[in-house]
Design a binder for this molecule. Structure first.
Ligand SMILES: Nc1ncnc2c1ncn2[C@@H]1O[C@H](COP(=O)(O)OP(=O)(O)OP(=O)(O)O)[C@@H](O)[C@H]1O
Ligand SMILES: [Mg+2]
Length: 447
C-alpha cells in the first residue's frame, strides 16, 4: 500500500516507523497486542497505558502517530480520552476497539473523533491494514504539525492546535438562562437550547452556574469527572486546552461543564471568587459559538450579576402565574437600571397551559403587555411525566422524542431557531407577537 512507511533498516531508524500507543485496561490484551505489533517492521509501540486518563497524558507526552484505544476503561473511558486527544494532539489518529460493536458505540466513537472502529477480539490482519490506512490519512496533519513545530515553537503549536480544534474564531455568544422564580424550567430550557443550537457545525458549551442546586448533570445523566469548582480554582488564567480537561461530553455531543456538587462549595466560590464563572467564560468564549449558562434564581447574587453583564442574551423565563409575572417585571426594571438594552433580554413563557385551561391564567398577549416587551417563545405546559421521562433517559427534552411536532418539542425547537436567528443573523427568525399598549394591572382582565 502506498501509504506504508519505508520499513526501518534497524532500530535507530525509528523516525520512519509508525509510532503507536496502546491503551487498554486488560494487561493481557495490551501485552499480546504489543508483541504482535512489534513483529511488523514498520510499527513501533512507544508506550502502553491502562486507563483513559493515562492514555491522554501519554499521548500529550509522546505524541504518537496512532493511539489504539479500548472503550471500557476505569478512570476516563476511551470515548472521553479520544475526544480530548483529537482536540489537542490533532496529528494523532485514534483507532477505537471494543467488544461492544453496535451502531451506537461506533457512532459515539466517530463523534469522539476516532478514525476507525474495530470490534474485539481484534483481527490482527485487519488491525495492521487499519493502522497503515489511518497513518496515511493523517499524513497532511502530521506535516502541518511538523511545520508549526519547526517554525513557531511550542507556544504557537498550542495556539494553532486550539484554533484548529475550534476551526478558527467562533461567535462567542453567551446565553444566560434565568428566572426569578425557582422551578420555572431554567434547567429544562438551558439543556434544550444547548442541544437545539448545535446545528450548522456550531460549537456549543453548557455551563451549570447554579451555585446551590445545579441540576444539569442530573438532567443529562452525566457523572462528572470534574466540575465548575475545579476550574474556578484557576479562573484567572485559563487556556482552552486546559479548560477542555474539565469539560464532559454528553452522548449527544453537547459539551458540559457541570455545576458544583454541593451548595457549600458554591457558597465558597460566591464568597471568594464571585466573578470566577464570568472570567472563565470570557477567556474561552472565542472558541465556542454558543455558551449556554444555567443559573439560580437570585437576582443580586454576584455570580449572576457578573453573568448578566457578560451575556450576549439573557433568556428570562416567565410562567403564567401572578408572582412570576410580577417578579419578571421587577427584574426588567433592574436590567433597565443597569443600562441593558431591551434586545439583550429574550423573554420566554414556560408552562403555558392548554387552551382549555387558559381562562384561569393570563395569556401570552396579556403577559407581553404587562411586561412591555415582546415574548420570543412560548413553551406549553405538558404532562410532567414527559419531562421526567427525558430526564430519566438523560436526554435534553428538546431531543427526547422523534416526533418533532409534539409539545413541547416543537415549541422548544422553534424558540431555539428563533434564538439562533437573533444571534447568528438568520432571516427566518420567528415573527413576534404584537405589542399592545401597556396594561399594568390588567394582566388578569378579560381578553
Ligand atoms: N413545559 C413544562 N411542562 C411541564 N413541566 C415542566 C415544564 N418545564 C419544566 N417543567 C418541570 O418543572 C420542574 C422544574 O424544572 P427545572 O428544574 O428545569 O426548573 P428550574 O427553573 O431549573 O428549577 P430550579 O429553580 O430548581 O433550578 C421540573 O420538574 C420539570 O419537569
Ligand atoms: Mg435548575
Amino acid at each position: 500500500m502506498s501509504g506504508k512507511p519505508k520499513p526501518a533498516d534497524n532500530e535507530s531508524n525509528d523516525v520512519q516507523k509508525v509510532t503507536i500507543l496502546l491503551v487498554d485496561d486488560m494487561v493481557d490484551t495490551r501485552e499480546g497486542l504489543k508483541k504482535l505489533l512489534s513483529y511488523e517492521p514498520d510499527f513501533k509501540v512507544v508506550g502502553t497505558a491502562g486507563t483513559g486518563r493515562e492514555g491522554l497524558e501519554m499521548t500529550k507526552q509522546l505524541k504518537p502517530d496512532i493511539v489504539l484505544m479500548d472503550i471500557n476503561m476505569p478512570d476516563m473511558d476511551g470515548l472521553e480520552a479520544a475526544s480530548r486527544i483529537t482536540k489537542s494532539i490533532w496529528k494523532t489518529g485514534v483507532i477505537m476497539m471494543s467488544v461492544q460493536d453496535d451502531t451506537d458505540y461506533i457512532q459515539r466513537a466517530m463523534k469522539a473523533g476516532a478514525r476507525f472502529f474495530l470490534p474485539k477480539p481484534v483481527d490482527m490482519n485487519k488491525l495492521y491494514s487499519t493502522i497503515r490506512d489511518v497513518y496515511q490519512v493523517m499524513e497532511p496533519m502530521r506535516r502541518q504539525w511538523q511545520m508549526i513545530e519547526e517554525g513557531a515553537g511550542i507556544a504557537n503549536i498550542q495556539q494553532i492546535a486550539e484554533k484548529s480544534a475550534s476551526s478558527g474564531d467562533r461567535a462567542g455568544h453567551v446565553i444566560v438562562v434565568y428566572s426569578p422564580q425557582g422551578g420555572s424550567g431554567v434547567t429544562m430550557l438551558a439543556t434544550s437550547l444547548a442541544s437545539g443550537l448545535m446545528k450548522n457545525n456550531s460549537r456549543t458549551l453548557l455551563i451549570d452556574a447554579n451555585m446551590e442546586f445545579g441540576d444539569v448533570a442530573a438532567f443529562l445523566d452525566i457523572r462528572p469527572q470534574a466540575t465548575l469548582a475545579d476550574v474556578a480554582e484557576s479562573a484567572h488564567d485559563i487556556d482552552v486546552d486546559y479548560f477542555d480537561n474539565f469539560v464532559t461530553t454528553h452522548n449527544s455531543g453537547i459539551r458540559v461543564l457541570p455545576g458544583v456538587m454541593k451548595p457549600t462549595i458554591g457558597a465558597d466560590i460566591r464568597a471568594n471568587a464571585p466573578d470566577a464563572v464570568a472570567n472563565i467564560i470570557n477567556q474561552i468564549r472565542g472558541y465556542y459559538d454558543f455558551i449556554v449558562v444555567d443559573t439560580a434564581k437570585s437576582l443580586f447574587d454576584v455570580v449572576n450579576a457578573s453573568l448578566f453583564d457578560i451575556a450576549t442574551k439573557i433568556v428570562m423565563i416567565v410562567t403564567p402565574t401572578l408572582p412570576s409575572i410580577k417578579n419578571a417585571r421587577l427584574v426588567l426594571e433592574v436590567f433597565d437600571g443597569n443600562g441593558f438594552a431591551p434586545e439583550k433580554i429574550s423573554i420566554v413563557i414556560n408552562k403555558n397551559p392548554e387552551a382549555a385551561r387558559k381562562g384561569a391564567v393570563p395569556p401570552p398577549e396579556k403577559i407581553q403587555t404587562y411586561l412591555r416587551r415582546n415574548i420570543d417563545g412560548i413553551i406549553p405546559l405538558v404532562d410532567e411525566s414527559f419531562i421526567l421521562n427525558a430526564i430519566n433517559r438523560g436526554v435534553p427534552v428538546i431531543a427526547s422524542d422523534r416526533d418533532t411536532r409534539k409539545a413541547p418539542i416543537a415549541q422548544l425547537l422553534k424558540y431555539s431557531d428563533t434564538l439562533y436567528g437573533m444571534l447568528m443573523g438568520a432571516q427566518e427568525a420567528e415573527p413576534r407577537l404584537d405589542t399592545r399598549p401597556s396594561g399594568i394591572g390588567r394582566i388578569f382582565g378579560s381578553r
